[in-house]
Ligand binder design. Structure first.
Ligand SMILES: *Cc1c(COP(=O)(O)O)cnc(C)c1O
Length: 413
């Protein structure tokens, strides 16, 4: 770990020596903005516009429907899936890009439950991202309430793993606190209880090294528009370990998950392998943008990204403790136990974040009192961390957040 800089100049020196510095040029960041929200919406990669223009004008505009074959559109879900697989420790043929994270959660939960007949409990945690819990609740209703959801915090997980548990669904890096589970240890614990393990990698893919195969994970889902920089509403991905692919039933049995979509048979027959988790026609424009986003991360390598990310969050935590005494940390103190974000609590967090955004430091607010800051090491610099904390300190010291316009809640926080 790097020695922490103690001045703005020392931050500039670290940036000048940063082996990842050039990767910032892979993004079209607006001037004057410190972007600490790549965990919610990754910024626009510099190449995306040209790639999409080609997909639109040449592949779609000129080549029309031929592009399903000539431009390889039909292979995109697997091709981009394998690229994401390389970032999350999955050998080829186990990751596919499709639908949204929420829809993919439904698919993998349904498949997991059907693989553990006689077991009727899905375990998760109350602090999980709500859509994960909502999708489990929806599945349970669909199953006629034969199953139930058991919510326990990380410390109570061991005690919740009875012989009735079919599957455990956890988010690897918590969306609010940034706390990170030990994927291999938890997966082993869940397997020892005879249950299947589902990981949500929304805040992990492209942010921290993940080793799905090595950890023995059964299923996983993840998000394309956060650290993978795929653009607003980018398609999501899902992982099915090869050993499970033949026995998994896909509840959304659409034609592109069929063994022979263009045979137009009357009866559904699932495709071999991870392709059976496709449902309908893939969104080619969005998926093409996601491919560019994934390439921005792959070009840097997860190990180097992780090292810088831990240094960035450590610097932020130390500076905030010094300069913003009215805040309290809401993320683990040990960099190894958190993802690529750091959160602070403040009773007026919403207004404070609005004041920060007005000054060009973009993070986000998570109810009830969390200031959330994501540090994507591809483009966030040490000097950005320094300046962000100084701006926050000024807002807190001067009470700039008290202006009435900072208190009006917007639809998206
Ligand atoms: C962002 C996020 C999602 C997003 O789900 P969508 O279907 O893409 O809206 C799901 N789960 C977690 C843990 C997330 O952080």
């Amino acid at each position: 770990m790097l020695e922490l800089p103690t001045s703005r100049d020392a931050c500039l020196a670290l940036d000048a020596a940063d082996p990842l510095a050039a990767h910032r040029d892979a993004f079209a960041l607006p001037p004057g903005v410190i972007y600490l929200d790549g965990n919610s919406l990754g910024p626009l990669p510099a190449r995306t516009e040209a790639v999409l223009r080609d997909v639109i004008t040449r592949q779609w505009g000129t080549d029309l429907i031929k592009s399903w074959n000539t431009a390889g559109w039909i292979d995109l879900p697997r091709r981009v899936g394998d690229r994401i697989g390389a970032l999350v420790g999955a050998a080829p043929g186990q990751v596919i890009v499709a639908d949204s994270t929420s829809v993919n959660l439904f698919k993998v939960l349904s498949a997991a439950v059907s693989m553990r007949p006689g077991r009727t409990v899905i375990v998760s945690e109350p602090e999980n991202f709500p859509t994960d819990l909502y999708m489990a609740q929806g599945l349970i209703r669909q199953l006629g309430d034969t199953h139930s959801l058991r919510l326990v915090g990380p410390d109570a997980l061991a005690g919740a793993l009875g012989p009735d548990v079919a599957a455990v669904m956890l988010t690897h890096v918590n969306y609010r606190s940034g706390a990170m589970y030990d994927m291999a240890a938890v997966t082993a614990q869940v397997h020892a209880a005879g249950a299947l393990m589902i990981w949500d990698l929304a805040h992990s893919a492209g942010a921290v090294p993940v080793a799905l195969d090595a950890a023995g994970a059964d299923l996983a889902v993840g998000c394309g528009y956060k650290y993978l920089n795929g653009g607003p509403g980018a398609p999501a991905f899902l992982y099915v370990a090869e050993r499970h692919q033949a026995s998994f039933a896909q509840p959304l049995s659409g034609w592109l998950g069929h063994a022979a979509p263009f045979a137009f048979e009357t009866e559904y027959r699932p495709a071999e392998g991870v392709s059976r988790f496709l449902c309908g026609t893939p969104p080619i424009l969005s998926m093409s943008a996601l491919e560019v986003g994934v390439e921005t991360v792959a070009a840097a390598g997860m190990a180097a990204l992780r090292e810088k990310s831990m240094a960035l969050t450590t610097l932020f935590a130390a500076r905030a403790a010094l300069r913003c005494p009215s805040t309290t940390p809401a993320s683990p103190a040990d960099a190894a136990r958190r993802g690529s974000q750091f959160c602070l609590r403040h009773p007026q967090a919403y207004a404070v974040m609005q004041a920060l955004i007005e000054r060009g430091v973009i993070g986000d607010f998570r109810t009830p009192d969390i200031l959330r800051f994501g540090f994507a090491p591809l483009y966030v610099r040490f000097v950005d961390v320094w300046d962000a904390v100084e701006t926050l300190a000024d807002i807190l010291d001067t009470g700039a957040w008290e202006r009435p316009e900072f208190h009006a809640r917007k639809a998206v926080t």
